[in-house]
Design a protein around this ligand. Sequence first.
Ligand code: ZN
Length: 443
Amino acid sequence: MLENIIIKQKKLLLASLQQLIQINSVEAEGKKGMPFGQGVDDALRFAIELGESFGFSTVYNEGYYGYIEMGEGKELVGMLGHLDVVPVEKPELWTFPPFGGEIANNRVYGRGSLDDKGPIIAALYAMHAVKEAAIPLKKRVRLILGTNEETGWKCIKKYLEEEEIPQYGFVPDSDFPLIHGEKGLLQIKLQIDEGASFSMVGGGALNSVPDSCSYTGNQIEKLVEALKATDYSYTQQGDTITLQGKTAHTAKCWEGINAITQAALLLNQENISAPIIDFIAKEVGEDIYAKNMFGNYYDDISGKLTFNVAKVKVDNQQQQVYVDLRIPVTKEKEEVLSILEKVVSSYGLQMEVLSFLSPLYVSEDHFLIKALRNVYEEVTGLNSTPLTTGGATYARSLQNFVAFGPLFPGEIKMAHKTNEYIDIDSLMKCTLIYAKAISRLGQ
Ligand SMILES: [Zn+2]
């Protein structure tokens, strides 16, 4: 029943997605009533009007968010997606215009096709199919439309302040089968107001493994000699040596090579001392799990704590290091901080918490997980064992929410990339899964 309705809607669904991609909704300068710019607001209004045309009730709130709702009852089930997209860095590299929404190779191409306009259109046509099939819902189902996922989550923050919070739900902005655990994300700065006899600078963005770290000072000859006995890559220019590592996302820091920890180990080995360097070399070294400090710190659900030394700055005034930690879902931030505090204070370092995103975790026994796994298996026949990640999706902004699709196992992650696309068969399958999920969760 649902399947037939969705197949009949295919042309309209694709046309809606094409139109939505054609609205350039990269964040732009805010205007009155359009906090994230005209394009984002146009995309939000487009989605709401489509919901209205299906006969659903809708709400638009000052350009921050909107929602589309169906069903009846006291309880509220949610789906959360976003209409803003990341900028197009190099349009000349695109085979199809980034805001064209062109169809080729059984794919819809364009910025946002996968992240997250395709999934929003899938969720909206899924609601439509449930309505057409006259499946009775005992709960209300609400598609929440965010507008600022890529650059600050201001939309969902405002939603949480002003609106009813769904009891549970899913976010169509990641992977199938589903992600039910995301590690806590803690970023800290360690500092000592004490100069060093050399300077060092390395790394940048805290969510990356640093691929470069430079030492400048008067111990070059000694260091170059020591480097010959290692397999480290480096370049030398005058009295500066630059170590070269390999970058990776912090959530997968085991895939990178950390140039800062290599530099610290090298200096430490040659007895060039400074509190920050001593701390990095002795307590972390090449161990991304920092077992020296934390022991075997893990849980069965999401794995080990990771410790990415992401950025360093040492000069004749000050020494600073920035760290990005990913904490297992069942562990407490306070415990991690107290373990750290003891160690860093013994080096005379001061610790400052820069940011913390609490973990996402919904137990496998929860009705939501059982229902979504069931629906996914029914449609695909594939294994539905839930996943966990060190990354951060939009799902962690709401309690009892999980990430659910749109990408199927083995598909290439094209979000944020050149020639972003969504496969049309996958999009249709995704729509069916969401329609069944709505009917199941709405019971
Ligand atoms: Zn997204």
